[in-house]
Design a protein around this ligand. Structure first.
Ligand SMILES: [Zn+2]
Length: 273
């Protein structure tokens, strides 16, 4: 939830660009992999940057979000290039009354036909979170961090308890930043209704979820960069875990007792350790 003064359109485009570039820097967005969206409930002036106006049918009805604005990456666009030319890589959508359709705002420079093919998951998660918490801002990122994704191919890390007790033991900050741990969704076809439904459910309990054998989705109601941070925290934890596996598991990690004492000191509620 954000309070006034609200970030303006230019600030939001810049933050999406910086998040996209950082995700590429940490090798979580090769080629055109990954997608970003933000939802906001305060009015923004779109026509100066996005003068081409069309209609779009929404992947699901979202009547309670009529009037809300979404900024969404275009299908096939590279997250690392948003910063250079936001309007070529992003679209804006304002939800029409009734919540079945939206006005699609794009630029003459737009380099995509449609918004991201994962927009169904983005919209469903925004909708669920905005209704549940009443937040006026919500950011969602899908990225493909290498070490997290690799571990999701290893059967023992497909168990949420095993995954979290192993990944969250390498740095004291990890449990502070991800107190609900990392969620795990078994492989689902990209862009499918099954992936969308699993995302909504899993992101109710977690700030970041793994899509097995594919990548992650992270959310934040503070900023798009905070959502990108969550991808980086999970990826750093997975990198430590991978290093430990590669080194013949010689690392101790923080003990469960260490982590419980960290949580007591910093007043963190968690149920993993
Ligand atoms: Zn993907």
């Amino acid at each position: 939830m954000l309070s006034e003064p609200y970030p303006q359109l230019d600030d939001l485009l810049t933050m999406m660009g910086e998040a996209g570039r950082h995700l590429a820097d940490i090798e979580a967005s090769e080629g055109a992999a990954g997608n970003i969206s933000v939802a906001l409930r305060w009015p923004v002036e779109l026509r100066t940057k996005f003068p081409v106006i069309g209609e779009i049918e929404l992947p699901q009805p979202v009547p309670e979000l009529s009037g809300a604005t979404f900024l969404v990456s275009g299908s096939g666009r590279r997250l690392r290039e948003i910063i250079d030319e936001p309007t070529a890589n992003l679209a804006a959508i304002v939800i029409n009354d009734g919540g079945l359709t939206g006005k699609l705002y794009t630029s003459f420079q737009r380099r995509f036909e449609r918004v991201t093919s994962e927009f169904n998951s983005h919209l469903a998660v925004h909708y669920d979170q905005m209704l549940a918490t009443g937040t006026n801002f919500h950011a969602v990122i899908h990225a493909q961090p290498m070490h997290v994704t690799f571990l999701s191919h290893v059967p023992r890390y497909q168990d949420e308890a095993y995954l979290n007790t192993h990944l969250l033991r390498w740095q004291p900050e990890t449990i502070i930043n991800l107190p609900e741990g990392i969620g795990f969704i078994p492989f689902r076809i990209p862009g499918s209704p099954a992936l969308m439904a699993a995302n909504v459910d899993c992101l109710r309990q977690h700030r970041i979820v793994i899509w097995a054998k594919h990548g992650v989705m992270a959310r934040s109601d503070v900023s798009v960069k905070r959502a990108a941070d969550r991808v980086e925290y999970a990826e750093t934890a997975a990198k430590y875990e991978y290093l430990n596996l590669a080194a013949g598991e010689i690392g101790e990690g923080l003990s469960a007792d260490d982590i419980r004492r960290i949580c007591t000191t910093f007043n963190i509620k968690q149920t993993i350790f």
